[in-house]
Write a protein that binds this ligand. Structure first.
Ligand SMILES: Nc1ncnc2c1ncn2[C@@H]1O[C@H](COP(=O)(O)OP(=O)(O)OP(=O)(O)O)[C@@H](O)[C@H]1O
Ligand SMILES: [Mg+2]
Length: 361
């Protein structure tokens, strides 16, 4: 069983930096779990603790029922691709790829076969006889990825393995990795700050911020029900809009500042919202696709239209509050003009202004 359990994991560095704090998570056997968060939030530190390259200063790590905190990296049956991939400079690409197998005594024929297979998948076939310094950064990264994938460990740990590739290759390898995971069904812990990668590849995403877990859920859950303002603003492009507002009426409507008519919530949401006291200030979260332009009772001023081909991003001023919406590129929208707007009430998010936490309704 290759579940990976993080139990109140913590890492203090000697200089006093708390890189990871109270991080608990059960990673299921065969799961593709992504650690997502901005630079410096503790992703690499967490992965290095799972790998055994960094010692936790608190909490525990288990693979299945077995506590691994005291095991050296070599005893953990993991394969890891580092953010700063280190290839052996004196070895050719083929030797680099085959090295992990050689170390484990795999016969030469089998090594060659596996290396050829991976070289084909990673499109480095013609480079097999070169040395790392004769490769571009992206090519080196593919070799590093291949070197990790050539083995058959219990757990794969991948730290931004696609970051040095150009957009086309990145999209291609993203698809390859998804298929590879489906084929081999191994537990993978994948680190990225790229929400697009996280959304497309993961079984579940764990969002980190300042060393703390913010939310863990499927890509859909994280997108549709973000646990707090941080998650809401980090996942989704353009980011979710935040407007100041107030719970109004019988607790079934939301008054958005600058909008004359309050937004009526669907009955099932209103029922839950009535539990929260009316006349209470809230932060209203609306994704760009949930602000409809050219229809509805509310109005806004168009500040800028950014055509993207298949759609346009429309920058709006709603009573002094700036928001971005998506619109069809067929609409003729012009800056400085005013437009009717509407809100998809069923998809409106509410957050507590003080704590930033999602209000459940
Ligand atoms: N050896 C160290 N000594 C002191 N602080 C460190 C050390 N390594 C990392 N840190 C700090 O710990 C925090 C987490 O670092 P970490 O490398 O885990 O971030 P990350 O999420 O991987 O970021 P990035 O996306 O930039 O790679 C940061 O504030 C970083 O400066
Ligand atoms: Mg990192």
């Amino acid at each position: 069983m290759a579940t990976v359990t993080l139990d109140h994991l913590r890492k203090d560095f000697p200089d006093g930096t708390v890189a990871v704090e109270d991080f608990s998570l059960l990673i299921e056997d065969g799961e593709f779990l992504t650690l997502l968060g901005p630079s410096g939030c503790g992703k690499t530190t967490t992965l290095r603790m799972i790998a055994g390259l960094e010692t936790p200063t608190g909490g525990a790590i288990r693979f299945g029922d077995r506590r691994v905190d005291d095991l050296a990296p070599g005893q953990r049956n993991i394969a890891m691709v580092f953010q700063s991939y280190a290839l052996y400079p004196h070895m050719t690409v083929r030797q680099n790829l085959e090295y992990p197998l050689k170390k484990h005594g795999v016969p030469r024929e089998e090594r060659r076969r596996r290396a050829d297979e991976l070289a084909l998948m990673l499109q480095i076939g013609p480079l097999l006889d070169r040395r790392p310094k004769q490769l571009s950064g992206g090519q080196q990264q593919r070799v590093a990825l291949g070197r990790a994938l050539i083995r058959d460990p219990e757990v794969f740990l991948l730290d931004e393995p696609l970051s040095n590739l150009d957009a086309t290759l990145r999209a291609q390898l993203r698809a390859e990795l998804i298929q590879l995971h489906q084929r081999i069904g191994k537990t993978m812990v994948y680190v990225t700050h790229d929400q697009f990668e996280a959304m497309t590849m993961s079984t579940r995403i764990a969002v980190l911020h300042q060393g703390r877990l913010q939310q863990v859920g499927t890509p859909d859950e994280v997108y549709r029900r973000p646990a707090n303002r941080f998650v809401a603003s980090f996942v989704g492009t353009p980011a979710m809009n935040f407007l100041t507002g107030e719970i109004a009426g019988e607790g079934d409507r939301i008054a958005i500042a600058g909008v004359t008519t309050p937004v009526s919530l669907p009955p099932e949401r209103a029922a839950a919202l009535r539990e929260l006291s009316p006349a209470r200030d809230v932060i209203v979260g609306l994704r760009p696709e949930d602000i409809l332009v050219g229809t509805g009772e509310a109005s806004a001023t168009i500040k800028l239209v950014e055509p993207l081909g298949h759609e346009a991003l429309v920058y709006l001023d709603i009573g002094g509050q700036s928001v971005i919406s998506r619109a069809s590129s067929e609409m003729s929208l012009r800056a400085k003009e005013s437009t009717a707007i509407d809100f998809r009430a069923a998809r409106l998010h509410l957050f507590d202004p003080a704590s930033g936490r999602r209000l459940d309704c």
